[in-house]
Design a binder for this molecule. Structure first.
Ligand code: ADP
Ligand code: ASP
Ligand code: MG
Length: 460
């Protein structure tokens, strides 16, 4: 079986959905297919903002709901006209929209939207889209089945980024997708054992596709998107970026972790475990082979494979001459940040043990500072630690590649290129895997730095 996942940009409107369905039908002529779909472009953002508006008592969420309803209606009639099948399809879609409306009204009445409610609201994007696409496939005479991922993807209750219970999930998928229909599976969502709706994190449909692929024992998982594959850098930042023919699972993981949005980093977890190749393909250029993400990629001539970056980060430097040789400070720092639910993206510690620097998202930095001030109060009073230094509006840049291992001189080339441009580097980290080297610069120079590095390593 082949798994084909289409992202929001590939299913943005009626004509795009019709094109995607043609690709699916063509693939189905050759082999069994499971399709994993995201919400239509922009719908998840809209749903989340409607929930927030309802929570704050702002009634304009109702206007957003009617524009969502019109968008669904237009899409449906552009695909199916207005016959009986279209009528039945509309009944199914509007039943979902009514549920959504009741839930939002409930949120408005209680003026409270928990993470649990937010996940339920967010789930409607994928459910609406998959309902519509299944109905369209049926109207074309295909045997299609809607699969609500909440029936199969079992998770814990960490709402917003739920943890998947793999073995049981795989078993359920194998059973549920055992026939010969075209299965249309909702990406992004799952449910707890009690049936409470959860989501796997923003952009999580890629991850869903890999889970489905591992469950059915797919030969390959295809992620269809709006670019030709994994590029050497984000094409919006570096117009000269080029498509990589093959990358390793680890390279894809590192690139996506450091901001290459083309694939969700978790996608590689089931893929590595079951050794299932992931192929990134362009919905608008299906003839192009795309990028294969595999265990052992073909060698390529460049010292690095790609560059990625995360803007909107902040750095906290914890420094003090008394820290030297005092055990347990790092542990206290990390547990205080974990308790405050701050996600640490990068860490660096100088070998003098004189300072520890952590980088997190800008939105989380005040929470991080509060937590650190509380937790390290005794050391502050004893002058073991001086003040925390905090720098906002930064960007992390990472260079990634299997070829970096054991290649001397890379860091020299990197920092020479950046230094010649007068771009200041605030912190540096390199893992001992040597597959990635990351560093922090001012956000306003971030894109320029990425372009300079691209030129230094790829000559373009
Ligand atoms: P989808 O809606 O299909 O899930 P996304 O918007 O999540 O698509 O991901 C595709 C986008 O990722 C591309 O349009 C591109 O701008 C961005 N991107 C960032 N870094 C890279 C990269 N290294 N290679 C390819 N695309 C990248
Ligand atoms: N629709 C979800 C989101 O926007 C999941 C996805 O598109 O992958 O985050
Ligand atoms: Mg995506």
């Amino acid at each position: 079986m082949k798994v084909m996942k289409f992202g929001g940009s590939s299913v943005a409107d009626g004509p795009k959905i019709a094109h995607v369905v043609e690709l699916v039908r063509k693939a189905r002529e050759r082999e069994p297919v499971a399709v994993v779909l995201s919400a239509m472009k922009g719908v998840t953002d809209l749903l989340l903002s409607m929930a927030r508006k309802a929570e704050s008592g702002d009634p304009s969420y109702r206007e957003d709901l009617s524009s969502l309803t019109s968008r669904q209606k237009e899409t449906l009639s552009s695909l199916m006209g207005d016959g009986t099948q279209a009528g039945a399809a509309w009944d199914a879609v509007s039943a979902l929209l009514e549920d959504l409306s009741s839930i939002l009204h409930g949120i408005e009445l209680v003026r409270e939207c928990s993470r649990r409610s937010l996940d339920l609201v967010a789930s409607f994007g994928e459910r609406l889209n998959c309902t519509l696409v299944t109905r369209y496939l049926l109207s074309l005479g295909e045997r299609a089945e809607y699969v609500d991922a909440r029936e199969v993807v079992l998770t814990d209750d960490s709402f917003g980024s739920a943890v998947v219970q793999f073995e049981e999930t795989y078993g359920r998928i194998r059973e549920r997708l055992a026939g010969d229909a075209i299965y249309v599976v909702t990406g992004f969502i799952g449910a707890t054992r009690e049936g409470v709706t959860t989501t796997l994190g923003r952009n999580g449909s890629d991850y869903s596709a890999a889970i489905v692929g591992a469950g059915v024992g797919a030969e390959e998982v295809e992620i269809w998107t709006d670019v030709d594959g994994v590029l050497s850098a984000d094409p919006r930042v570096v117009p000269e970026a080029f498509v990589l023919e093959e990358v390793s699972f680890q390279e894809a993981m590192e690139l996506s972790y450091f901001g290459a949005k083309v694939i969700h980093p978790y996608t590689m977890i089931p893929a590595v475990e079951r050794d299932i190749p992931i192929v990134i393909k362009n919905t608008m250029n299906p003839g192009f082979p795309g990028t294969r993400i595999v265990k052992h990629p073909k060698p390529h001539p460049w010292p690095i494979t790609g560059i990625a970056s995360i803007p909107g980060v902040a750095l906290i430097n914890i420094e003090g001459s008394g820290m030297m040789g005092v055990p347990g400070i790092a542990a206290r720092v990390f547990s205080a940040l974990a308790e405050a639910k701050v996600n640490i993206i990068m860490i660096s510690q100088a070998s003098s043990e004189h300072s520890i620097c952590v980088v997190c998202r800008k939105e989380e930095v005040d929470r991080a500072l509060d937590a650190l001030e509380r937790s390290l109060e005794p050391e502050r009073r004893a002058r073991i630690i001086s003040d925390f230094e905090c720098i906002r509006d930064l960007e992390i840049i990472a260079i990634v590649g299997e070829n970096m291992r054991g290649t001397p001189g890379l860091a020299g080339r990197l920092f020479q290129a950046v230094g010649e441009r007068g771009i200041n580097v605030h912190a540096i980290a390199q893992g001992s895997s040597e597959r990635n080297l990351s560093f922090v610069v001012d956000e306003e120079r971030g894109q320029e730095a990425v372009r300079v590095i691209h030129r230094a390593f790829f000559g373009r």
